[in-house]
Design a protein. Structure first.
Length: 420
């Protein structure tokens, strides 16, 4: 194979790998708690629950590692080391995803966060192709043309680490700057729970196991041995043959302290409703309890409903009410659902007619002058502009402009000197 063709392949594959690694790292970085929940799911599935405390640090490290590798391979930085690390990473992930595809201990690997959810088999096939790309790039890494000289490469690499850690830390202290979950601001929960008329339903089939002369055989309703008494029935198994339409929201329900389902009542309320979300009250950050109580007082003053939703048990609920002086009703909801609704424990949600008007991290709960007006006359009661395109563009500029400055300095100080 000619050097020219090798270079074309290497440059093409490294660009594909670079953008995929940047995308994968970025969507994890903007949702560090979501990635931590996925790590916890892995730890539980593999029988390592004692590693739960490492889930959040692992989330930060993995997103930064992937993102920075993507930037490095695009810049051609430390090409031998970078291509080796990418190949090693893809080798491990390919083996892991093959195991996930076969045994299915978790529903999806979480490789692209909530931005793009694909099955375990699709993930494995994707990793096979990426591994092939990584092999080519590693073997012929000498054909990679570095963007920066060695004297400034470290600056570009360091900045990529600082950038992605900064993004991840900001989203941890606040909320994800991009929300790919069904409970994003502006979403109407009842509509996302509906199954459209005429949508396909799950199709199941019964399989019957019979035994004869020590041999077990499986039959269906069409061919089971109804007229042969020598076959002895063993058991019946119902299997999903074809998956039907799955609504984006499936497990949203609210049960009050009297054990009544009040989901429809809450979602049908045409006025404003505050939902304090805490998947576990015993794990909730209580530093902003005064802000929460101020919101509750504000809700009472304006006749808005206020509920606390949690998956905690009755004992933990009682302790929260007593310790925090909570006068608001505490209801129960599925833990995974609460973790999906908002990446904050606790967090605050504002509903109107089942539509999510706004949501706040516990650090950013409205207070003081912000609560001087009714919600209908305040910005708090209106859905804020939420353009993902603008946010992605802004983040891209924050990354590209400094890298561009580094490139310009590299050219002016080092590259131009060496030009004839």
């Amino acid at each position: 194979m000619s050097n020219k063709l090798k270079k074309i392949l290497v440059e093409t594959f490294r660009i594909l790998l670079g953008f995929l690694f940047i995308f994968s790292g970025f969507v994890k970085a903007i949702d560090p708690l979501g990635s931590a929940y996925k790590f916890q799911e892995y730890f539980m599935a593999f029988g390592f629950p004692w590693l739960e405390a490492l889930a959040l640090p692992a989330s930060f490290v993995l997103s930064a590692f992937e993102f920075s590798l993507g930037v490095c391979i695009l810049l051609g930085a430390y090409r031998k080391l970078t291509s080796f690390l990418i190949l090693s990473f893809m080798s491990v992930m390919t083996v892991l995803t093959l195991y996930l595809a076969i045994s299915n201990p978790v529903s999806d690997c979480g490789c692209f966060g909530d931005a793009l959810i694909i099955s375990n088999w699709e993930t494995f096939i994707k990793n096979v192709f990426l591994s092939a790309f990584a092999i080519v790039v590693f073997i012929w890494n000498k054909h990679i043309t570095p963007v920066l000289t060695r004297k400034t490469t470290w600056m570009g690499v360091l900045f990529s680490y600082l950038f992605i850690f900064g993004v991840s830390f900001y989203c941890y202290l606040n909320l994800p700057i991009l929300d790919f979950r069904p409970y994003k601001v502006g979403a109407n929960i009842p509509q996302l729970m509906e199954i459209p008329e005429g949508a396909p339903h799950n199709q199941y089939k019964n399989f019957y196991t019979y035994e004869k002369d020590g041999v077990k055989k499986e039959f269906t309703i069409e061919n089971y041995p109804a007229d042969d008494s020598t076959w002895v029935f063993v058991n019946t198994e119902t299997r999903l043959m074809k998956k039907g339409y799955v609504p984006k929201i499936q497990n949203f329900s609210i049960t009050n302290e009297s054990n009544y389902d009040i989901t429809d009542v809450v979602l049908a309320d045409s006025s404003y409703t505050f939902l304090l979300i805490s998947y576990r009250l015993e794990k909730a950050n209580d530093t902003n309890v005064d802000k929460i109580n101020e919101i509750f007082d504000y809700a009472q003053m304006h006749a808005y409903n206020f509920y606390c939703l949690t998956a905690s048990g009755s004992e933990e609920i009682s302790e929260w009410i007593e310790d925090m002086g909570a006068d608001y009703p505490v209801c129960t909801t599925d833990e995974t659902t609460l973790k999906t609704i908002i990446r904050s424990n606790p967090g605050l949600l504002l509903l109107k007619s089942g539509t999510i008007v706004n949501k706040w991290h516990h650090r950013n709960i409205p207070q003081g002058q912000q609560l001087s007006k009714s919600l209908s006359d305040s910005e708090l009661g209106n859905t804020p502009p939420n353009s993902n395109v603008q946010k992605i563009f802004f983040c891209s500029l924050l990354l590209i402009i400094p890298l561009g400055i580094i490139y310009l300095l590299d050219y002016l100080i080092y590259r131009r000197k060496n030009q004839p």
